[in-house]
Design a protein around this ligand. Structure first.
Ligand code: ARG
Length: 472
């Protein structure tokens, strides 16, 4: 059978391999909802502009609703011979609405059709991801408030650096997610223009109203250049970039969880809900969810790189290469969604061994900076000199195999005669964190107020969302 859509020009059916390489229905069926919404907006516009009769428009619209119902019910038959979602829907519409169904494609091409469908999908998905990022922020800030005072070692080079609080550490990720969301929001501003009506590439001679379809589909305005409209996928690339950066943040947190749950660290534990056992080693409890969050980051980067490469050599306007935009984007954004959900689950699930964390916080001379700061503040030493004196005390403690707080005053005085017993007060980890009151510092009272500030802000956002009219 020759093709229904271009059978006028073509006499024979495509080769089986041609069909195999050409068909996208196996994955672009995911765009069904968007495709039907865009077609409905298009036909309403055609009718308003007097391009199709109210009768034809009504039949088409009813047919599209029927198809929508069939797809939702799982009774719609997707056919690979019909190549993609656009032709699958149109073909079924022909059965339902008769010859008038063919009027739907007036002043439209699959090029602007796929461009609008894909934009809608990316936009809807980005919005859903934003809500998930917010939910993860809520989880992190909730645990941060609970652990505003819980002391843990802070690291640089993965070496014990200075004591911090666990709440402070978690709030670092709340900040990262805030920027991830801001990036997404910013990308959405540029994404939210409607390419429908660009037709194949040059626009159309029909008196269409692109502002109407744009409005109908929730876009801010129609795109301004028909060639650009059907040529670009930068909206997807931007969202994929946002996804890649967010995934990188999640991956770092995942890596930390992987470290923290080892018997060597033992800072936190995950329950049965977020771990797996080993088929051979009965003692094992593996943080698979965290490892997979870390691992899935690879495919998200892959999708971004893949699409950049697909697009880089394409002359304007549409080329079939662009059909390769979908699978990677679908997979990447769906993977990120899963990662966000899993991370939220783990953050809410994890239990903290505060004693172990605190003990580790004091190991490795973590309060050496506090000691140096004391020398500066009390003895008015220049910081470099204080750093040097402290270094000698650390070496001394190391040689004795003890902590800084275990050095006698005599030993301290051998390094600097001005040191008094008052110094011992700053060698404890609690005093150390409590003293870090500079803006953005780790002092528990800072952490508490930041956690509260975040929770108030996020809760307000959730409430505003809940009272918003659906579809608004
Ligand atoms: N399935 C195609 C895609 O995803 C739709 C656009 C086809 N356009 C064309 N001129 N062949 O890109």
């Amino acid at each position: 059978m020759s093709n229904k859509m271009w059978g006028g020009r073509f006499g024979a059916a495509p080769d089986a391999i041609m069909q195999e390489i050409n068909a996208s229905i196996d994955f672009d069926r995911k765009l069904a909802r968007q495709d039907i919404a865009a077609s409905k907006a298009h036909v309403a516009m055609l009718r308003a502009q007097g391009i199709v009769t109210p009768q034809a428009a009504g039949d088409i619209s009813t047919g599209l609703s029927t198809i929508s119902g069939e797809i939702a019910a799982g009774s719609f038959t997707f056919s690979r011979a019909l190549e993609d979602i656009h032709m699958n829907v149109e073909s079924r519409l022909a059965t339902l609405a008769g010859a008038d169904a063919g009027r739907l494609h007036t002043a439209r091409s699959r090029n602007d059709q796929v461009a609008v469908d894909f934009r809608l999908w990316v936009r809807d998905t980005a919005d859903a991801l934003d809500a998930q990022m917010r939910d993860l922020q809520v989880a992190l800030a909730t645990r941060a408030r609970e652990h505003a005072k819980t002391i843990m070692p802070g690291f640089t080079h993965l070496q014990t650096a200075q004591p911090v609080t666990f709440g402070h550490h978690l709030l670092a990720y709340v900040e990262m997610l805030a920027r991830d969301r801001a990036r997404l929001k910013d990308a959405r501003v540029r994404l939210n223009e409607c390419p429908l009506g660009a037709a194949a590439l040059a626009g159309t001679s029909f008196p269409i109203d692109r502002h109407m379809t744009a409005r109908e589909l929730g876009f801010d305005r129609p795109t301004a250049n028909s060639l650009d409209s059907v040529s670009v996928r930068d909206f997807a690339l931007e969202v994929l970039s946002c996804a890649a950066i967010c995934a990188m943040h999640l991956s770092r947190l995942a890596e930390e969880i992987v470290l923290w749950v080892t018997p060597q660290f033992g800072f936190v534990a995950l329950s049965d809900a977020f771990t797996t056992g080993s088929s051979i080693m009965p003692q094992k409890r593996n943080p698979d969810a965290a490892e997979l969050v870390r691992g899935k980051t690879g495919r998200i980067y892959g999708a971004l790189t893949g699409l950049l490469v697909v697009m880089k050599g394409l002359p304007l306007t549409y080329s079939k290469d662009m059909q390769e935009d979908k699978e990677g984007t679908f997979d990447a954004l769906e993977s990120l969604s899963l990662c966000l959900a899993a991370m939220r689950g783990m953050i809410l699930d994890l239990t903290v061994d505060a004693r172990r964390m605190k003990k580790a916080a004091g190991a490795g001379y973590a309060t050496a900076t506090d000691l140096a700061d004391w020398l500066v503040a009390r003895l008015n030493l220049p910081f470099r000199e204080a750093h040097h004196a402290t270094g000698r005390l650390v070496a001394m403690a190391e040689a004795r195999g003890c902590g800084l707080e275990d050095l006698t005053l005599e030993e301290m005085n051998s390094v600097h005669p001005g040191i008094t017993a008052g110094i011992y007060a700053v060698l404890g980890v609690r005093r150390s964190v409590e003293s870090r009151v500079s803006y953005g510092g780790t002092a528990p009272k800072n952490v508490m107020s930041q956690a509260r500030r975040w929770l108030a802000r996020l809760t307000k956002e959730v409430k505003a969302e809940a009272t918003k009219e659906p579809g608004a």
